[in-house]
Design a protein around this ligand. Sequence first.
Ligand code: UDP
Ligand code: MG
Length: 324
Amino acid sequence: MADKDLSIVIPLFNEAESLPELHAWITRVLTQSALQYEILFVDDGSDDSSWNVIESLAAADPDHVRAASFRRNYGKSPALYTGFSMARGKVVITMDADLQDSPDEILPLYRMITVDGYDLVSGYKQKRYDPPSKTIPTKLFNATARRVSGIHNLHDFNCGLKAYRGEVVKHIEVYGDMHRYIPYLAKLAGFHKIGEKVVHHQARKYGTTKFGLDRFVNGYLDLATLWFTGKFGKKPMHFFGLLGSLMFLLGFLSAAAVGALKLYHMYAGHTYTLVTDSPYFYLSLVMMILGTQLFLAGFVGELVARNSAKRNDYEIRSTIGNDE
Ligand code: UDP
Ligand code: MG
């Protein structure tokens, strides 16, 4: 039910020191506007006093604060997923809890959704206050993400500060570590009007970052997964079948060539060797075996896809003459 104008979704893990300041700042910004809003904290299994802080914030500001807490730490994506399913706003804005994202950006972002008609607007931390060990790989990561996703106008896929039309968050499913690719998820779900806004970024004031360098390795793996499932998720045979057939054919032809060459030399009275003495014979064999394996992977993939509850799950924008 979208009965609010705006939901602010904040995933957090051990950010107790930042929360009161963040809540006060958001409240300061939003009481100046006439918007009906809610602040949704999702405590991702913190083991500091974050949840106590949230309880006291909710007691002091019961009209605006809602919250959920996980029994254990699942990750930022599950926290966002939960926040998205709880959100009741026509516009949803996510931000990190660590005060690196500025609440002053909320109203301009809100306008980009409601007035300019964007489906999703991602923040762009043009000037970042993070160590170079993070900013340099990030550049590379974003360049790859742009290419693979085909969303060429985004510089900062993983910015925690993002705004969405309410409908968007109800139609995408963030899981695992996929929060890095929410714009790509939105595009795969058919939301194409994706924009960017340069936002202010600050150094972390309290606490420490929750992500290490493994984020880049996992980030690339996740990108490969999204690309594959987006393109071939519903028809895996188109991927494995083509590769497998090509591989098998190549192996078969080269095996045939090895055999034919031997026969030719035999009948022409030349000296000849056994086919098993030629390395090409083994290479051909390997190719044929791999080709068959790939083809079988395609069949298995089709069986899995066929049994998926989502095999006929499409995003329907609107229908005509189809009322209940
Ligand atoms: N976060 C979370 N669960 C986790 C890790 C992080 O909810 O398992 C939250 C964290 O509290 C913060 C946001 O995700 O609000 C971004 O995390 P962080 O600031 O550590 O990332 P960085 O800014 O270093 O990219
Ligand atoms: Mg941060």
